[in-house]
Write a protein that binds this ligand. Structure first.
Ligand SMILES: [Zn+2]
Length: 470
């Protein structure tokens, strides 16, 4: 099956055909680095990482360019830096460093480029000049504004007419705007605000302009895929489209627009006032959520259990289940290396508009030797490859099971603070006690292990296996 993607622009699933298969180009809106990314932000990170991996699988690693910007000039940044009494630079550097660490912990590949807005001001100024020259922008009261009435199909992505937007909008209408929906391309900066010299005086760009300019610089006037959260469709993506299409006289900015659905937490909209606001950093490094910290891979699997366009309910239970699944899968793969090919059913599921729930269903079948065996004619082989190798390769396609089984186990033991050598010593003492029918001693050792957080399982053949308790 060829890759099919649901395109917000046409509201249809379409077969993906890149402009240039030797350079498939994707842009995804990145973070505004004033505060830590929350778990809702983890979703586009993970979803578009799966797509990046899939495109690399199909077109070759060297033939995919993935750009995710860093917004490091924004009024929220200025306000937060002032509030904390630190420089803008310190705030954005600090926040970005944590964002990069979070993305890595979630198993995300580094994008091909992560341009910063502050390093692309000349491209932004050049675009504003083009828009002014072509009559799509105007100057008013020190600002440069985009003139929405100059674009006949403004609103095509969100499928809203200007009248509908006006009716539903809560825009603050600045007196200098010709139309209330006109948006800022460039605005003046006070002496204590970040600013750059421009033909319209010292100022700074509007947020929408940053993405148009950086996607242009890295991917060209028209590129293949533009992604982001569903909340960005309007006004952000609509305005990116308006700027880029009007600046370059093009029918489209990107051919495929992909949007991931909302995330809620334990059945409720996440908000600071409800007290259920949780950052990726807190999930990974504190006991804020469910009374413990969670490995990034567990978060990743929990998020991929829901199709990316569906709303997702992020729960402790989902994390627990994801962790149990990973435990099982890592046991299954042990230390095998990935096969060179992923299972065809997993690939088909991903090609079907990134159907990760179906892909995970296939991984469950592969990880279950009896089922895998029945389905694949042979208990241990899948085609010409052993099942664990194919399971690992297939999970790797989703950015899962990237470690070896022993590294995973070692990490778990160290998180649980369990001394493996001591556990093995106690278990052999207990086996001796049992052989000598000293049940009191055997029970005492079991209790001691239990207190260490170790669960024992006595097997039929007289051996004992163990695991850390969750
Ligand atoms: Zn953007």
């Amino acid at each position: 099956m060829a890759l099919q993607l649901y395109n917000t622009l046409t509201r249809r699933k379409e077969e993906f055909a890149p402009i240039d298969p030797s350079n498939v180009r994707m842009y995804v809106c990145g973070p505004t680095v004033y505060d830590l990314a929350h778990v809702g932000n983890a979703r586009p990170l993970i979803v578009f990482d799966v797509l990046f991996r899939l495109l690399r699988e199909i077109y070759g690693e060297k033939h995919v360019t993935y750009v995710r910007n860093i917004t490091d000039v924004d009024d929220k940044i200025n306000a937060r830096a002032a509030e904390r009494g630190i420089s803008i630079r310190k705030l954005t550097e600090e926040t970005n460093a944590i964002f990069q660490a979070d993305a890595k912990a979630l198993g995300c590949l580094e994008p091909s480029a992560q341009p910063r807005a502050t390093e692309h001001i000349p491209a932004m100024i050049a675009m504003v000049e083009k828009l002014l020259a072509s009559g799509h922008a105007y100057r008013a009261d020190g600002h440069v504004l985009f003139d929405v009435a100059s674009m006949p199909d403004y609103g095509r992505l969100s499928r809203r007419s200007l009248d509908e937007m006006l009716a539903g909008a809560r825009v603050e209408v600045a007196p200098y705007k010709k139309n209330p929906m006109d948006f800022v391309l460039w605005k003046p900066s006070a002496p204590d605000e970040p600013g750059w010299e421009s033909p319209w005086g010292r100022g700074r760009p509007g947020w929408h302009l940053e993405c148009s300019a950086m996607s242009w610089k890295y991917l060209g006037e028209v590129f293949d895929i533009h992604g982001g959260g569903i909340d960005l469709v309007f006004p952000h993506h609509e305005n990116e489209i308006a700027q880029s299409r009007c600046a370059f006289c093009r029918d489209v900015m990107a051919n495929y627009w992909l949007h991931n659905g909302f995330l809620q937490v334990e059945g409720e909209k996440m908000s600071k006032s409800l007290g259920n606001f949780v950052t990726i950093h807190e999930l990974l490094h504190s006991d804020t959520f469910g009374g413990r910290s969670w490995p990034g891979e567990v978060l990743r699997l929990a998020i991929l259990r829901t199709h990316y366009r569906q709303p997702i309910d992020f729960t402790v239970k989902a994390l627990e289940e994801a962790e149990q699944t990973l435990d099982r899968w890592y046991d299954e793969i042990g230390d095998v290396t990935a096969a060179d090919e992923i299972a065809p059913n997993v690939r088909d599921a991903l090609n079907d508009d990134l159907n990760t729930p179906a892909a995970l269903g296939e991984l469950h079948r592969l990880a279950h030797p009896a089922i895998a065996g029945k389905a694949m004619a042979g208990l241990t082989r899948f085609g010409q490859k052993p099942v664990p190798e194919v399971l690992k390769a297939s999970a790797n396609a989703l950015g899962l099971l990237l470690q070896s089984g022993s590294d995973y186990r070692a990490e778990r033991l160290s998180v649980a603070n369990v001394d493996e050598a001591k556990v093995n010593r106690l278990i052999s003492s207990r086996l001796q006690a049992r052989a000598a029918k000293n049940w009191a001693l055997s029970d005492r050792i079991r209790d001691e292990l239990d207190a260490m957080g170790v669960a024992l399982k006595d097997n039929k053949d007289g051996t004992t296996s163990w695991d850390v308790k969750r």
